[in-house]
Design a protein around this ligand. Structure first.
Ligand code: DP6
Length: 315
């Protein structure tokens, strides 16, 4: 059990959001969410067990990051406890995302960590087990075990795992628009807690988002970009309304500018829609035939055009 290997897991973006936990420790969501794992953004992680260590050493992008390091070590404790691993480790992780763009993702990071920490120890977990283990690190990480369209079930510790949708929609695209304003962000975990505490707004959010989900599944099956776009946008706007009503704001002026440009593109008949997560970046939802026109109309914005990514794998 002293293999050396590296695991790559890709970032995913939710079209139907996960927002709120019914169990903080196990990271069990109140709702089923649906996402798209992308090809251009990912994390690569190595876990090197070392019997001489008395604590984990976590290096992210060549540096020690105290906040992330503590979270990683905490997740390593869970993995050690569940799989009877009795050694600390060097954890070396690299985020392949444009630097400083605020795109480093806990989803790809904890998916790669769960996979690397178990596989390096000689354990062969199924994708379902990996999805569960990744989830305990960061909810959205349960979805990054798989590429392409993924659905993450709400439920209990055993059933709250992700599954691939197998949509076979080759020209679907997500364009990541980079808006780095170096804003101090409220962590999604803290913002989520505040949202859940507002019982009335929160129960309405869960109800609506699950209606959005069943419509989204139908729209993806029909490869209907307009329908997918409208539902995703509505779902993201509802989440951000909830977030703002409970005292957090992620949108910056630049965010609002890109959103209004996306809406203006639509007036011109271009199939462009958007979604947003717990940060200022905007993701445009579209299909390949619209990409050139979208780029032409948003020349001042740095973009990464993404196709479907892959299941987490060894590199
Ligand atoms: C807005 O998975 O980062 O991106 O479970 O607390 O680690 P924790 O939260 P995290 O939350 C992601 C929230 C979101 C929506 C989504 O990805 O579904």
């Amino acid at each position: 059990s002293c293999n050396k290997l590296k695991i790559r897991a890709y970032v995913n973006f939710a079209l139907i959001k996960y927002w709120g936990k019914k169990d903080e420790g196990l990271k069990l969501p109140y709702q089923t969410s649906l996402s798209f794992t992308v090809d251009k953004l990912y994390t690569e992680t190595e876990v090197i067990y070392d019997k001489n260590l008395y604590q984990d050493i976590v290096i992210i992008n060549g540096k020690k990051d105290e906040k992330m390091g503590n979270r990683v070590a905490k997740h390593m404790d869970v993995i050690r406890r569940e799989y009877n691993i009795n050694s600390y480790a060097h954890i070396i992780s690299e985020n392949f995302v444009p630097t400083g763009a605020g795109l480093a993702s806990s989803a790809s990071a904890f998916a790669a960590l769960a996979y690397a920490a178990t596989k390096t120890y000689g354990l062969e977990l199924s994708k379902t087990e990996l999805s569960r283990l990744a989830r305990i690190g960061s909810g959205s990480a349960s979805r990054s075990i798989y590429g392409d369209f993924v659905i993450w079930n709400h439920g209990d510790d055993k059933t709250s795992v992700s599954k691939p949708l197998d949509a076979k929609w080759d020209d679907f695209r997500v364009i990541v628009c980079m808006i780095d304003e170096n804003e101090k962000e409220c962590s999604s975990s803290d913002a989520m807690k505040k949202s859940v505490m507002n019982e009335e707004l929160y129960s309405n959010w869960v109800l609506e988002s699950q209606k959005d989900l069943s419509e989204m599944l139908q729209a993806i099956e029909n490869k209907d970009i307009e329908h997918v776009g409208v539902i995703a946008e509505k779902n993201a706007e509802h989440m951000h309304a909830l977030i703002e009503a409970t005292g957090t704001k992620y949108k910056t002026e630049k965010t609002l500018e890109v959103i209004s440009k996306v809406k203006a593109l639509r007036e011109k008949g271009i199939k462009a829609f958007y979604t947003m997560d717990a940060g200022p970046n905007v993701k445009i939802i579209t299909i390949e035939s619209e990409v050139a026109e979208i780029k032409k109309n948003l020349l001042n914005i740095q973009m990464i055009v993404c196709k479907a990514g892959f299941d987490a794998h060894e590199v």
